[in-house]
Design a protein around this ligand. Sequence first.
Ligand code: MSP
Length: 516
Amino acid sequence: MKYITTPIYYVNDKPHIGHAYTSIAADVIARFYRIFARTENVMFLTGTDEHGQKVQKSAEKLNINTQDFCNEISSQFRNLKDTLNLSYNYFIRTTDENHKQTVLKMWQLLEEKGYIYKSFYKGWYSQKDEAFIPNNEVNDGKDQNGNSLEFLKEESYFFKLSAFQDKLLNFYKSHPDFIKPSSYMKEVVSFVKSGLKDLSISRTSFTWGIPVTKDPKHVIYVWLDALCNYISAINYLGSDPSKIEYSEHAKEYWDESIHLLGKDILKFHAVYWPAFLMAAEINPPKQLFVHGWWTVDGQKMSKSLGNTVDPIQIVNKYGCDEFRYFLFKESNFGYDCNFSENGFVDKINYDLCNDYGNLVHRVLTLANKVAINGIFKLSRSFDLSKNIDSEISSKTIKLKETLKKYINDGLLTEYLKAVFDIISIANKYVNTTEPWKLIKTDLQKFNDVISELIKVIIDISIFLYPFIPESAKKALSFVGISEINENVLNTIYEGLPLEKPTPIFNKIDNKKVNNG
Ligand code: MSP
């Protein structure tokens, strides 16, 4: 079992590249595991975060009923499934009735275990981040990024976060791989070491949220509500609010849970969420994969700065696989990356057209020349395991294990680099063996070379499938392969039904960028 989640997206604004990035990363990992985890049970979850002051204010500003507003923006996120070719299994909304029941059960558990008490919150609040900001991080009514804060004075329920400082530190120590990349783990440990204060977990100055059952003038803090989506989607707490009923199924998924998230929401996932779960006697998730930001001129792309890039426009202009590829090849997943359309076009033209696309096209065009009744008969060298003296074959054989490791560590950029290294070696192999000459001088050698290259094309297309699913499928269809699974790598084919290859990617004219 594998369980991959994205953060659930606020519905105060339409999707931008930052959101697309998290979702596609989760999609890549889910698709990889569906091929290689030898399990059918890969659950990929995404959805929308719809409660809280920010959303209520956004709807009020537009004079729209809040639920109608949520429905509209939530459907834009849901529709990214088609635009970005996302293979999620479930789309959760925090306004779903089932989710609300899970949040209320969670509240009840925390209360029963004695971790909730009523008091008064007097301090700063960031509506933008839906976060309570400690006084020492406030300067002139602004947070450390210069965003305006509001001063709250309201009755509030608190969660005894302070009771979890040592438990969290022990947990991080015994789970050194909990956060990837590990630099983010260091950040979290030092934050927790600096001391944890109890956390306000309800609000009384607005109404858009889940009311506390026994005290409905309080709505549950949006982060407690939102974080519970990860367990409500798999019905972890079962249907009976009076006792914890973990269905076996849910627990198996939970033990393999990987949350993807941007670095801006690390504290919520790495500190608050494990503490809530520990308080309810539930294990923390297995792992957090943290990524950096897409920036424009060095600043985080965000609605408030008005510098967002619309993924739908980019996909319509350049293609979905092109966009998916670019996001991970250009950035170093885990760290920040500046968005540039010129950079995008270069990656498409050089990597996808010149390297992968061209390799497929020239090898299969040559293979077609000797096909008999459309069938290319492979020579024995097609079985790479019998041909491991060649650099390209031995590297391709080892690639699978390397790529598995990269996925398990959330190293998506390294993954693509490793595959493209093989592509580059394969292209060099074509140049040095010159099969267009061999076809006239040494047909046996020609067949060996082309067979080996076809095997490499099949393997790398399977490896590229999680990133560029439609293009990889197209490449495989040229050799009559329509199933995408691990067996394709191990099958020894005698003959392959060939189709005449057509270009998989189109070169982009740089002028197109400037002309918009
Ligand atoms: N609703 C919360 C998450 C709750 S999860 C229980 C939230 N939503 S968000 O819409 O603001 O952000 C969702 C994800 O998009 C986060 O992982 C965030 O890091 C990511 N991105 C938003 N802007 C981004 C960039 N400019 N670049 C990369 N990703 C960023 O936070």
